[in-house]
Each structure stands twice: as C-alpha cells, then as structure tokens.
Design a protein around this ligand. Structure first.
Ligand code: GLN
Length: 284
C-alpha cells in the first residue's frame, strides 16, 4: 500500500531515532529531497500518497542515514553564506564556523578592492565563492590538491554564475607561485591524526586529507604560513581556520614565519577558531 507523506515521515523518524541526533529534521529534509516539497508543503500535503519511486528513494536514503552518512552527502548540497553549494564525499561539508572566516576576511577587503585573493584547499569552493560573490572586483584563486574536489568547486561557480574566480590544481600555493596576493585564506586540515572525534558522526565520511594535519594537526598550517609570507604583498593579510586549542601555537608559527598584527577570533561556541595576521612591509 502507498504511504502518505505523513506516514512516510513518521516511519522515517522512527527508523532514525536510534542512529541520528536529529531524527525529525533528517526525516523532513530527506522527504523534501525526494518529493521536491517545501517545508509547508510537507505539512499541508500530509495525506498525499508517495509515488513508488519516491518511496524507494526515501527508503534508500533513510538506510544510508541509519548507517551514519551525513545528510549533506545524501542530498548532495549544503547552504553556506546563503549560497547553495553542491557537496560530495570528495569535499568537506561547509561548517558555520567557516562563515566566520569569510566574515573576518570581508571585514579587511574594501568593497571596491581589486585584490588578488588565494583560497588554499578550497574543497567545495565555499570560502572562495562567498568572497568572490561579495567582492566582485576581486579575483579569487582557488586551489586544491584533489581533482574531484576542484570539479565540485567549478560546478558550484558555474551554477552560481560567479566568474571572478580561477581554479588550480596543486598543493597550497605551489600552483600560484608566480603571482602575488593581497590576501590568502584557508580552512586547512588541522585535526590531529589520533583525534578520537575522527571516529564519530559525520566526520567519519569526510575526506581524511581535508581533515588531518599530521601528528599535531599543524603540518598544513606550517607550510601555508611559509608559502603565504613569500607571496603576500607588504601589508597583505593571511586568515586561517584552526582547531579550538591551537590558537597559541598557530600564533607562534605565524610569528616565526614573519607575520605580525596577529588577532584571534572566537566562533559561536566561544573557541578561538580563526587567526588573522599581516605581512608587514618592514617586519615587526
Ligand atoms: N572543523 C572540522 C572538525 O573539527 C575540521 C575541519 C578542518 O580540519 N579544516 O571536524
């Protein structure tokens, strides 16, 4: 017998209760995804029957969610900075704290600036696209070492009609070594290799190379600090996301690389999550 939207939703919530911290929300998102319904359409259409194909697809997605797959990989999208982004298991799922990195970067870029800005390890392109969108006269250079991630980022740029962005393949600033920049931004891998939280929740399904920054989590940040200092214009900015307990060590790394005016910013959970600094014209 065909299920209605209402009964399908109820069954999905029951199925997800043991495995998901947010069974109702997940069930609603998945049901909307297969039916193309709006949030109010789900409530108003509670008595509508689900088509056979919709039922089959919903069943498949609910079982995958029961096995722990992140909702964003199941629907293939996530909103970031009000931009709807495609995401796949080749990319991290953009997080709210990374919006703070965008906010703090934009605070430094005058609205009519024509800066060259590099985003290192762009993944889905979230940071690069948000900045390019907000500062249309700037040129954003987005790099990633993963070809599959670059394909996703390129598709996002096309889908969003954002054209002041260029993509290149390679490690950190290596593919951009012939240019100079007014700003470099990055949400690099910064999780310690033995961090137990790699074995829990959504993170289990995300690309390890985008998460793990070596034994102390800081391998990528050390490289980026060195490379960025060499390619930033005098007075140029570097902004990095890092782990909640890494701000002090990140500041040491940045100072050793020659940066000054080091500032930390707290995320919504109250953790020092973003550090910004400047390549001063005459050292500090
Ligand atoms: N914030 C992510 C986490 O803790 C890590 C993202 C990253 O390494 N850039 O799961």
């Amino acid at each position: 017998m065909a299920l209605t939207y209402g009964t399908a939703l109820r069954d999905a919530i029951v199925a997800l209760t043991a495995s998901s911290p947010t069974p109702r929300l997940d069930a609603e998102v998945l049901l909307r995804h297969v039916t193309g319904s709006t949030p109010t359409g789900l409530i108003a259409g509670a008595d509508r029957p689900l088509g056979a194909d919709e039922m089959r697809r919903l069943g498949g997605l609910v079982s995958r969610r029961e096995r722990g797959e992140p909702i964003a990989y199941l629907t293939g999208e996530r909103e970031f900075w009000s931009l709807r982004l495609k995401v796949t298991p080749a990319t991290l799922i953009p997080r709210p704290e990374t919006e703070l990195l965008v906010e703090k970067s934009l605070a430094r870029i005058p609205p009519d600036a024509r800066w060259n800005i590099a985003d290192l390890g762009t993944g889905s392109g979230a940071i690069a696209l948000a900045i390019a969108h907000e500062r249309p006269r700037c040129r954003v250079y987005a790099c990633d070492h993963s070809v599959a991630a670059l394909d996703v980022a390129r598709a996002n740029a096309t889908q969003l009609g954002i054209t002041n962005i260029e993509f290149s393949h390679g490690d950190w600033l290596a593919p951009l070594a012939h240019r100079t920049f007014e700003m470099v931004v990055s949400n690099p891998p910064y999780v310690r290799a033995d961090d137990p939280h790699l074995n829990a929740g959504d993170v289990r399904f995300e690309p390890r190379t985008a998460l793990i920054g070596g034994a102390d989590g800081l391998d990528a940040i050390r490289l980026i600090a060195k490379q960025a200092f060499a390619l930033l214009m005098p007075g140029g900015f570097l902004l990095l996301e890092h782990g909640h307990d890494q701000a002090a060590t990140v500041a040491e790394i940045l100072t050793a690389a020659g940066f000054c005016e080091i500032l930390r910013h707290r995320d919504l959970a109250g953790h020092d999550r973003i550090t910004e600094c400047r390549a001063a014209p005459t050292g500090c």
